[in-house]
Ligand binder design. Structure first.
Ligand code: G16
Length: 544
C-alpha cells in the first residue's frame, strides 16, 4: 500500500460554524474539498499521529464515503488506531462517550445534525478533542487557518474497509477497530439512571410512550435501551431505522418537524410521554399528555430534581445555559446555592466549565441538554432522565412542570426563526440593531422598559478567552428579554433567530397560550428589528 501526497489548493469558506463545517453534500463531493479539511485537522492536531481516533456519523448520505476517505488519510498521516462504529454509525454523544472511555486523542463526527440529508441536502464534519467535546474556538480557528494555506494532503492507496463487520483490520500500519456503536453508551446510561424503576413504570401497563428516532441515528440506541433493556413495548420506538435521507424528513425534534409524535401526544387519548431526538442524537424534545416542555424549562426541571436519580443523587455543582436560553435554570441554581453561567450559543462553550468541575448540568434552548457524563448534549440521556423522574415522582409531565412553575415562577419562552433570508439583509438588520443599542436603556415600549441592551461577549472563566458579538440582548425591567442572533448552522442564506422570554410569578397566569401571552413582546421585537421591512418576511418560518 502506497502513501501518496496529493497537491491541492485552498477552498473558500472552510471556517467551522456553531458546530463544525456544514455544507451541501455537493460541496463536500468536490474533488479535494473533504480531504483539505481533514488534512487541516491532521496538520494542526499533531497528537493524532501515533494516537487513537474515533470516527462515526449519523448515517446520512455520504457518511460511508467520507469515512473511507478519513480512514485512508488517517493511515497516511500516521494515526495508530481508529475506532469506528459499525456501519459508520455513532451518535454524537456516543462519540464523546467512546473518546472518554478509551482515552483517545480525539474524534471526527460526520453529521449536519438536524439539517436534512440526501444528495441535494446537507453534510457536516466536526472535530472533537480528547476530553470528548467539540473543539474550542482556538482549535477550530487553527484548523480554519490551515485550510487557507493548504497545498497538499496525504492519503493511502488502499481498498475500502468493511465497516459492517465487528473486529479489527489493518490499513497499512494502522489498526481499524469496528465497534458496536451502542454498547459503551448503553452501559453509561445504566450507570446514571435507575433502570429498575423505569422498568417497573413500563411493566405497570399504566404508562404509554413513544420515542421518535426520526429515521436518524438514535433508532438502534433507543431500541436497545428502551425496548430491549427497559422492557418498553415493541413499537415504542417510531421511525427507528436510520436512513440516508431520514425518510425525506427534517430530523429536527421540535413541534414543527416531529408532527406525527406531537399528534400522538394530543387529544383525549394522548400518550403519557413522547420524546424525539435529532439526526445525530444530541437533541431532545420532551412531551407529556397535551403538554410541551420547552427545552429551557426541561433544563430547570432536571436541575431541580437531579438528586432523585442515581447518577446525580449527591447533587449538582453548577448549571450553565447558553445566552438565548431562558433564565428558568438560573432560579433553580439560586435556590440550590450553586453557580450559574451564561455562555454563547454552541456546546463547545460548556467544555471548560465541565472539565473544571464547575458545572454538572448544562443546556440550550435549541433542544439540547446534557451533563458532565460526556462532553456533548445528549438526546437519549435527557429522555432517560425524564423517565427516571416520572418513575420516582409518580406524577405526570404536566404535574411536574406545573409544580415547578408554582415554586419558581414561569419563564414564558418562544423562538421565532426566519430561515433562508438574504444574508446581506440579515447582516444589515443586526448592524442596525448594534447601532441602536447604546440609546435603548431607559426607553419604554408598551409595558416594557429597557434595562440593558448589548451585544453579548463572553469571557471564559477558565481560560480567559473572549468571544465577542454573540448576539443582541435587550433586557427589560422585571427580567423579560428579546435576543436576536444569526444562526451559525444553516447552509442556505442566513437564518435570523429571535428569542423571547418573559417572567410570570403569578400561578393563576401560568397556563396561558405561549404565543398569546407573548404577543406584545413579539411585536416589539419585530418593530425594533424592522424584520419585515428588511427581510420581506411578515411571519417566521418556524416557531418553537
Ligand atoms: C448546534 C450547536 C448548539 C446550538 C445549535 C444551534 O446544535 O451544537 O450548541 O445551540 O447548533 O445553533 P445556531 O443557532 O447557531 O443554528 P446541533 O444539534 O446542530 O449540533
Amino acid at each position: 500500500m502506497e502513501s501518496n501526497v496529493i497537491a491541492t489548493t485552498p477552498f473558500e469558506g472552510q471556517r467551522p460554524g456553531t458546530s463544525g463545517l456544514r455544507k451541501k453534500v455537493r460541496t463536500f463531493q468536490q474533488p479535494h474539498y473533504l480531504e483539505n479539511f481533514v488534512q487541516a485537522i491532521f496538520d494542526t492536531q499533531t497528537e493524532l499521529a501515533g494516537g487513537t481516533l474515533v470516527v462515526g456519523g449519523d448515517g446520512r448520505y455520504y457518511n460511508r464515503e467520507a469515512i473511507q476517505v478519513i480512514l485512508r488519510m488517517a493511515a497516511a498521516n500516521g494515526v495508530a488506531r481508529v475506532l469506528v462504529g459499525r456501519g459508520g454509525i455513532l451518535s454524537t454523544p456516543a462519540v464523546s462517550c467512546v473518546i472518554r472511555k478509551y482515552k483517545t486523542q480525539g474524534g471526527i463526527v460526520l453529521s449536519a445534525s438536524h439539517n436534512p440529508g440526501g444528495p441535494e441536502e446537507d453534510f457536516g464534519i466536526k472535530f472533537n478533542v480528547a476530553a470528548g467535546g467539540p473543539a474550542p474556538e482556538s482549535v477550530t480557528e487553527a484548523i480554519f487557518a490551515r485550510t487557507q494555506s493548504i497545498d497538499r494532503y496525504r492519503v493511502l492507496d488502499c481498498p475500502n474497509t468493511n465497516l459492517d463487520m465487528l473486529g479489527t483490520v489493518a490499513i497499512g500500519a494502522m489498526q481499524v477497530e469496528v465497534i458496536d456503536p451502542v454498547a459503551d453508551y448503553a452501559a453509561l446510561m445504566e450507570d446514571l439512571f435507575d433502570f429498575n424503576a423505569i422498568r417497573a413504570l413500563f411493566d405497570s401497563g399504566l404508562f404509554s410512550m413513544r420515542f421518535d428516532a426520526m429515521h436518524a441515528v438514535t433508532g438502534p440506541y433507543a431500541t436497545e435501551i428502551l425496548e430491549n433493556r427497559l422492557g418498553a413495548l415493541p413499537g415504542t420506538v417510531m421511525n427507528g431505522i436510520p436512513l440516508e435521507d431520514f425518510g425525506g424528513g427534517h430530523p429536527d425534534p421540535n413541534l414543527a418537524h416531529a408532527h406525527d409524535l406531537v399528534a400522538l401526544c394530543e387529544g383525549p387519548h394522548a400518550l403519557d410521554f413522547g420524546a424525539a431526538s435529532d439526526g445525530d442524537g444530541d437533541r431532545n424534545m420532551i412531551l407529556g399528555k397535551n403538554f410541551f416542555v420547552t427545552p429551557s424549562d426541561s433544563l430547570a426541571v432536571l436541575a431541580a430534581n437531579a438528586h432523585l436519580t442515581p447518577g446525580y443523587h449527591s447533587g449538582i455543582r453548577g448549571i450553565a445555559r447558553s445566552m438565548p436560553t431562558s433564565q428558568a435554570a438560573d432560579r433553580v441554581a439560586e435556590a440550590l446555592g450553586v453557580e450559574c453561567f451564561e455562555t454563547p450559543t454552541g456546546w463547545k462553550f460548556f467544555g471548560n466549565l465541565l472539565d473544571a468541575g464547575r458545572i454538572t448540568l448544562c443546556g440550550e434552548e435549541s433542544f439540547g441538554t446534557g451533563s458532565d457524563h460526556v462532553r456533548e448534549k445528549d438526546g437519549l440521556w435527557a429522555v432517560l432522565f425524564w423517565l427516571n423522574l416520572l418513575a420516582v415522582r409518580q406524577q405526570s409531565v404536566a404535574e411536574i412542570v406545573s409544580e415547578h412553575w408554582r415554586q419558581y415562577g414561569r419563564n414564558y419562552y418562544t423562538r421565532h426563526d426566519y430561515e433562508a433570508v438574504d444574508a446581506k439583509a440579515a447582516g444589515a438588520l443586526v448592524d442596525h440593531l448594534r447601532i441602536m443599542l447604546p440609546a435603548l436603556p431607559g426607553q419604554r415600549f408598551g409595558n416594557y422598559t429597557v434595562a440593558y441592551a448589548d451585544d453579548f461577549a463572553y469571557t471564559d472563566p477558565i481560560d480567559g478567552s473572549v468571544s465577542a458579538n454573540q448576539g443582541i440582548r435587550i433586557g427589560f425591567e422585571g427580567g423579560s428579554r428579546i435576543v436576536l442572533r444569526l444562526s451559525g448552522t444553516g447552509t442556505e442564506g442566513a437564518t435570523l433567530r429571535v428569542y423571547l422570554e418573559f417572567y410570570e410569578p403569578d400561578p393563576s397566569r401560568h397556563h396561558q397560550d405561549t404565543q398569546e401571552a407573548m404577543a406584545p413582546l413579539i411585536l416589539i421585537a419585530r418593530e425594533l428589528a424592522q424584520i419585515e421591512a428588511r427581510t420581506g418576511r411578515a411571519e417566521p418560518t418556524v416557531i418553537t
